[in-house]
Design a protein around this ligand. Structure first.
Ligand SMILES: *Cc1c(COP(=O)(O)O)cnc(C)c1O
Length: 591
């Protein structure tokens, strides 16, 4: 089953979540979408990779909303057998001193030209395991701290062992965020020196060799957002991996009384672990930073912020991108196939859309996408949006820093604006089940929608997922993004919109710092302070003076077309995951 994949060395890409398709709910947001787009582009450009993630049988969750906008969460179980094949392999990891068996499913990502990339989904739901251990790979971002650490043991340590057992030859490891950082411990054990090779006072482990193999992409621009565990929990869960005894001999020293161990049983001493992962708590970001030769942030601005957070490390920037075919609606695919036929492999060619395509064809492709979205929203919510009234879209994970409520800061001003320039609003997004503030925001958005009833049609569509995202980024007229800087590391939904000729109206943060050319690719919300009132004022000013008039006055049609073409030719041509993966290949994997 794996013959076609194991004949050549591959880059092993580790991610806690991955968005393989809308029917497979093993993702919660942008991080998982990025992982999926990474593999889809690797398949299109022929870059040999293998992804490793958890099977997350219970799925993230299915969102329903009551009339007040209270979120109701239901499990979103999926059947791996429907989409993936069970592999005939089993590896063991030690958790709390028990052997936990890990199995694997193989999902195959198919590229546009028929190339294929394997995804290995780890699964502890095996008869050999105790009931509680069978649950370890069940939830995505669920359970307590200890549950999370167990998942990270399965992902990092189990993942490396599984690739080895399956016969994969790994050329480089890529850690998509810190959740998989424990894989570095497994590599340290694998590349520990044999007793006779160790010189007195020197490390047991070949750390330069581990670093040479690892690449780390950080996604979190605040220290508090990084995964951390107390050493008490670490020593409990990783009892057989971390050795507190040896540490008395000093860092990296051999314990002369310890019985000789095979490579798989070799332990990491606590002093070395603390030196690499943080003295007070095991910080997965620190661990990954210390054991990766190549480190990057996901946008130029984010790399700058990360360098301030971690001044001791060389943080490079590879700005995210989105997968061209996945995020382009049917009508724009047909349009590009006709006018820019090479775009699926070389989205750079979309630069030509600036001047070499008929205006009518762009507007027609957009109208079709908008009609498709309106039909979908009618089915999902019963609300009829109008095709002839501009539609603003906002959808992403509902969480405080993304400020979904900024648009509604002054509802009366918004309503007054709509008298002059009518428009409609479409919202969507899930809040993490334990994010109380995120859930409250959804309720507040519902209250605003009620307050605006009869003045601005405002719709909240439930259960945001890949399919709804695909319809929304293509069918709205303007894509809104209002995070609190510098907290949006990159953001990718605006890039998806660009592939569909939809311009962004966004705060200058994340990718938009690079993507915004005012009036050409979209518009900036220029707030010189990050206080809410001034940001909302800047948003209203831009909407009222620049954005909405484009849709109401016929003589503004050329300006509107210019910004649709600019979004495609200047942003889609660059902010795509083919470019992103070609950069990872040349700057990280082949360094
Ligand atoms: C693209 C996408 C995201 C990420 O959106 P951002 O605006 O980058 O936060 C989240 N969820 C889904 C379903 C997506 O398709």
């Amino acid at each position: 089953m794996l013959d076609e994949f194991v004949h050549e060395p591959r880059v092993a890409y580790f991610s806690m979540e991955i968005a393989l398709r809308s029917e497979i709910p093993t993702y919660s947001g942008g991080l998982g979408i990025l992982a999926g787009d990474t593999l889809r582009s690797a398949a299109d450009i022929g870059l040999p990779m293998v992804a490793v993630s958890l099977v997350a049988r219970a799925g993230y969750f299915r969102q329903t909303l009551d009339a007040e906008g209270r979120q109701i969460e239901q499990p979103a179980p999926w059947d791996p057998a429907r989409w993936a094949r069970l592999l005939n392999a089993k590896v063991a990891v030690s958790i709390e001193g028990r052997m936990v068996w890990v199995g694997a499913w193989l999902y195959i990502v198919e590229g546009q030209a028929g190339a294929r990339q394997p995804v290995v989904l780890l699964d502890t739901d095996l008869h050999d395991n105790a009931p509680a251990d069978r649950e370890i790979t069940n939830l995505l971002y669920g359970g307590d701290e200890i549950y999370r650490l167990k998942q990270e043991v399965v992902l990092g340590i189990g993942g490396v062992r599984m690739l080895h057992a399956l016969g994969f030859r790994v050329r480089q490891y890529h850690l998509n965020e810190g959740h998989s950082a424990l894989l570095t411990l497994e590599l340290m054990r694998r590349y520990a020196y044999a007793p006779h090779e160790i010189r007195p006072g020197e490390s047991l482990y070949d750390i330069p060799r581990v670093r040479e193999l690892c690449n780390f992409t950080t996604h979190t621009p605040v220290e508090a957002g990084h995964d951390q565990f107390s050493y008490e929990i670490v020593q409990r869960v990783l009892r057989d991996v971390v050795n507190a005894e040896a540490s008395r001999q000093g860092p990296g020293a051999m314990n002369p009384d310890a019985p000789p161990r095979g490579a798989d049983e070799r332990q990491i001493d606590l002093v070395t672990l603390k030196r690499l992962g943080g003295e007070d708590r095991l910080n997965m970001t620190r661990l990954a930073l210390n054991l990766s030769e190549y480190i990057n942030g996901v946008a130029v601005r984010h790399a700058e912020v990360s360098r301030r957070l971690f001044p001791e490390y060389p943080v490079h920037a590879i700005t995210n991108g989105v997968h061209p075919f996945t995020w382009t609606c049917e009508s724009f695919c047909a349009f590009y196939d006709k006018y820019v036929p090479a775009w699926r492999h070389e989205p750079e060619q979309l630069v030509r859309v600036d001047c070499c395509v008929p205006d009518e064809a762009i507007l027609e492709a957009h109208d079709l996408a908008k009609q498709a979205l309106i039909r979908k929203i009618q089915v999902l919510t019963g609300v009829n949006l109008r095709a002839d009234v501009p539609l603003l879209g906002f959808a992403r994970r509902m969480t405080a820093y993304k400020r979904p409520d900024l648009l509604f800061h002054d509802v009366e001003r918004l309503a007054a604006m709509a008298q002059r320039y009518p428009f409609q609003i479409l919202l969507a997004g899930k809040a993490h089940p334990r994010d109380a503030a995120g859930k409250r925001l959804i309720e507040e958005l519902h209250a605003h929608a009620r307050a605006l009833a009869g003045r601005i049609t405002t719709v909240y569509a439930a259960d945001y997922d890949m399919a709804l995202a695909q319809a929304m980024v293509a069918g709205v007229d303007v894509w809104l993004n209002t995070p609190l800087p510098p907290l949006e590391a990159s953001g990718t939904s605006g890039m998806k919109a660009a592939f569909n000729g939809v311009p962004s109206l966004s705060v200058l943060d994340g990718w938009w710092v690079e993507g915004c050319i005012e009036g050409i690719t979209g518009w900036a919300i220029e707030a010189n302070r990050d206080d809410t009132a001034s940001a909302a004022g800047a948003l209203y000013d831009k909407l009222e003076r620049v954005v909405l008039p484009l849709f109401s006055e016929a003589e503004k049609r050329p300006a509107r077309l210019r910004v649709m073409k600019g979004a495609i030719s200047k942003n889609a041509s660059y902010f795509n995951s083919h470019r992103m993966m070609r950069r990872y290949a040349t700057e990280a994997y082949l360094r």
